[in-house]
Design a protein. Structure first.
Length: 316
């Protein structure tokens, strides 16, 4: 297979490229490094199965030769990334997704849209099923990401219904692992970096907000299972084990032993830091289990040790 991965220099995208190439596929990566990094794909340079194109898919998405699949991961995905690049985030969700879909249509390729649990907003349903329509502030500070992804899902379905493009939509829940950016701003790199530096692990508020953490290799496995399935409607991929942010901070500290000497500190965040921040997040993965035969395999303890090992080398 020859597969285009837009946003392939990002955290998740680069792991996806590794998996695709390890299975004998040819991979084309398109990225403009707005939040991705050349470091994430440097090890693939010179590989005959790898081609990199530096481009912004909001402007153009063209690839010479055949394609069997287009996997669209192009977008800032962390609050730091999309709040610093609000217009670019909305453009890549709208025009960028259109351009990638149009390329897939021209090539007769399958198309996978990497969406997000943020389409559910601050959910009133718990856990979140794919049938839940969400509780999103469409003009709030986070809306540039939430609404871009909601639009991208709608556009993806429109291409499926109008042109018969074989589309797939994955709703990604909190994912972690090596190659996360140190300045990502999300809870995993924040806590892990603080633990590696033996700084206080700063928990916002009282730490009772919840998240569910999926290791990146598990996510990539679910992504590929969905790509080659016959399922058109969105599918949640994430770890259904819910924990509070405080419990996660304690897990990071434990995984960093014996080197980690960090204490946990409670701080009051700036109002804009938590505006419209979901208070509870947990995927219902019933459909992933039944349709794809997928569920996460990597334990939090194992995944954190691998992530901490990467951060120790990155920070050294």
């Amino acid at each position: 297979m020859r597969i285009l991965v837009t946003g392939g220099a990002g955290f998740i995208g680069s792991h996806l490229c590794d998996r695709l190439i390890s299975e004998g596929n040819d991979v084309v990566v398109m990225d403009n490094f707005i939040t991705g990094s050349p470091v994430n794909i440097a090890h693939l340079e010179g590989n005959p199965h790898f081609l990199f194109i530096k481009a912004d898919i909001s402007e153009s998405c063209q690839v010479d030769g055949p394609l069997d699949a287009v996997m669209n991961l192009a977008s800032p995905a962390s609050p730091v990334g999309y709040l610093e690049n609000p217009i670019a985030t909305m453009r890549v969700g709208a025009q960028g997704t259109y351009n990638a879909l149009e390329l897939a249509r021209q090539k007769g390729a399958r198309f996978l849209m990497a969406s997000t649990s943020e389409v559910y907003g601050d959910p009133l349903e718990h856990p979140q099923r794919e049938t839940y329509w969400g509780n999103v502030n469409c003009i709030g500070i986070r809306s540039v990401y939430d609404e871009a992804k909601r639009y991208a899902e709608g556009l993806t379905m429109a291409f499926n219904r109008t042109y018969g493009v074989q589309t797939r939509i994955i709703r990604i829940f909190n994912t972690y692992g090596p190659r996360m950016a140190l300045n990502d701003g999300r809870v995993v790199p924040n806590f892990v970096a603080q633990a590696v530096r033996n700084e206080p692990i700063t928990v916002y508020g009282d730490g009772t907000a919840t998240r569910a953490f999926c290791y990146v290799s598990d996510l990539v496995d679910g992504m590929l299972r969905l790509l080659w399935s016959d399922e058109v409607l969105p599918v949640n991929i994430g770890n259904p084990i819910e924990m509070t942010v405080l419990e996660f901070a304690q897990a990071v500290r434990a995984a960093g032993q014996p080197e980690c000497k960090s204490e946990i500190a409670f701080v009051q965040p700036r109002a804009e830091r938590i505006a419209d921040d979901p208070q509870r997040r947990r995927p219902d993965i019933t459909r992933a289990r039944s349709i794809l035969g997928w569920e996460p395999k990597v334990s939090l303890e194992e995944g954190l040790k691998l992530t901490i090992e990467y951060f120790r080398k990155a920070i050294a």
